[in-house]
Each structure stands twice: as structure tokens, then as C-alpha cells.
Write a protein that binds this ligand. Structure first.
Ligand code: F6R
Length: 252
């Protein structure tokens, strides 16, 4: 695990985007694992700018998303497909046949099967990640176990409350989602992880400090990943004492 301490969230996002773009420059048809939420927004802006300025070519790039709400169609502004089209995919002209994201309106078991069939045959070259206030990665909520592959989950109340900022009320936030399992996330060849904000401190301490790997804080499994880079701005990082095995660097 590598921790890069940045001056600001914007620098974390810029450097995260550069890491992903470097993978795409090395491998034109890279499979890029994407996340939604507030944290990756600037990452997607920097990636889009690179494409528009012809500093990167997404002509063969393939994408796969971590998760989608069950019950929301891709036309719904709160769906993750809608989010991805708005913030990255449309501007980078990635056609539907190169986009894998669970369909929130399909039969759940069939959709899980479809996602797993693809994921089993197509290793992720680089996965962008952030973390929930309760330590979730993807929608892998605190649990007694780590799930391996895509599966259906019941969303934790804390997650629904946190995500209700994007809906008109907490009742409108779907109660279930399809998510890649922690095992699938761990199989990504490279992980680019960023977090910002005091509300993520508790989870980031559990992930970076000495302590157990526990499904109660799913992000702790990243301690075992062989190529995981975490970008944290100074304001968050200064409250964390990384374990001795974490390679810590300051961003230049
Ligand atoms: C979303 C996802 C989630 C988010 C997490 C943080 O695809 O997988 O794990 O990364 O909930 O969300 P934000 O960035 O909105 O705080």
C-alpha cells in the first residue's frame, strides 16, 4: 500500500487521473474500473479534459462500474449509469458496447450472472475507488464476510442517509444495489484510491493504520492488495498514523 499525501483534494484528483491515463497510454484497450459519488468528480473532469485536448485516446478503452442501484433505470438522474454518462462516458465518446454497468431494472439474478461472466473473463487493469463513511468499497457494506463476485446487497442506513443528499429525501434512496464484491475489487491489477473530508477519517484510519482486516470495515481488505495507491489531502492525512508497511510519500 502506498499513501501519497497531497496539498488538496484537487491535487489528489489530478494525480489519480494521471495514474489512470498512464495505464490507458500503456494499454489502449485497458479495462478501467469506475466508481461514482462525489469524490471521483474531479478525476473524471481531468480525464475528460485529457481526451478533449488529445492528450489521451479513449478509442478502445473499456469500462466497468462497481455498482448500481436496484430499481433505477439508466434514464434516472440518480442512477449510476446516468452519472457516468454525464461525468465521463459521453464526453469521452465511449459507446455502450464498451461500458459494463449493472442494469438496475433487469432481473437481479440474471444481471449478477451477466456481470460475473464478463468480470471473470476480463481482468480490470486499473480500478478507481473511494470509501463510504462506514468503510464500504463499492457497496460492500459492513458485514461478517467479504463477498467475492458481483452480488445484491441491502444498503446500510448510514449509506442511504449519506447518499440522500443527491435525492429529495432519504426515503427515495433505493434500499438495494448490485455491487462488485471485495474479491473482484482485489483482483484489479492496480487500484487508485482517493478520499477527502473529515467524515472519511474513521474509515481511512482503519484502512491505513495498524489493525485488523475485517469485513466490518470492508476497505481494510486493501491492506492485502499488491498495487494500491491512496491519495489523501494533508487535511485528512495529518490525523492518520500509517502502519509501518505503508510507503508514504508527499506529492510534488
Ligand atoms: C460508488 C461507490 C461507493 C463510493 C462511496 C463514497 O460507486 O462505490 O463506494 O465510492 O460511497 O462516495 P462519495 O464519493 O460520494 O463520498
Amino acid at each position: 500500500m502506498r499513501l501519497i499525501v497531497t496539498e488538496s483534494y484537487e491535487q489528489s484528483a489530478y494525480l489519480s487521473a494521471q495514474m489512470i491515463l498512464d495505464v490507458i497510454r500503456e494499454k489502449a484497450d485497458a479495462l478501467v474500473g469506475l466508481a461514482t459519488g462525489t469524490t471521483p468528480l474531479s478525476v473524471y473532469r481531468y480525464m475528460t479534459e485529457a481526451v478533449q485536448q488529445k492528450k489521451a485516446d479513449f478509442g478502445k478503452v473499456r469500462t466497468i462500474n462497481l455498482d448500481e442501484y436496484i430499481g433505477l433505470s439508466g434514464e434516472d438522474p440518480n442512477s449510476y449509469l446516468y452519472f457516468m454518462r454525464k461525468h465521463l462516458l459521453d464526453a469521452c465518446q465511449i459507446p455502450s458496447e464498451r461500458i459494463m454497468i449493472p442494469n438496475g431494472m433487469a432481473d437481479v439474478q440474471e444481471e449478477i450472472y451477466r456481470m460475473n461472466l464478463f468480470a471473470d473473463a476480463n481482468p480490470i487493469d486499473v480500478q478507481l475507488l473511494s470509501v463510504g463513511v462506514n468503510g464500504h468499497i463499492g457497496f460492500n457494506e459492513p458485514s461478517d464476510v467479504f463477498y467475492d463476485r458481483y452480488h445484491a446487497v441491502k444498503l446500510a442506513q448510514k449509506t442511504r442517509e449519506s447518499n440522500s443528499r443527491l435525492f429529495s429525501s432519504v426515503e427515495e434512496v433505493p434500499t438495494e444495489a448490485i455491487t462488485m464484491g471485495a474479491g473482484g475489487i482485489m483482483r484489479a491489477k492496480k487500484i487508485v484510491f482517493l478520499a477527502t473530508g473529515d467524515e472519511k477519517l474513521d474509515a481511512m484510519k482503519k484502512i491505513l493504520e495498524d489493525g485488523e482486516v475485517t469485513p466490518d470495515c470492508q476497505g481494510t481488505i486493501l491492506k492485502f492488495h499488491q498495487d494500491c495507491t491512496i491519495f489523501l489531502d494533508q487535511a485528512l492525512a495529518e490525523h492518520i498514523r500509517p502502519a509501518s508497511y505503508v510507503e508514504v510519500k508527499r506529492a510534488r
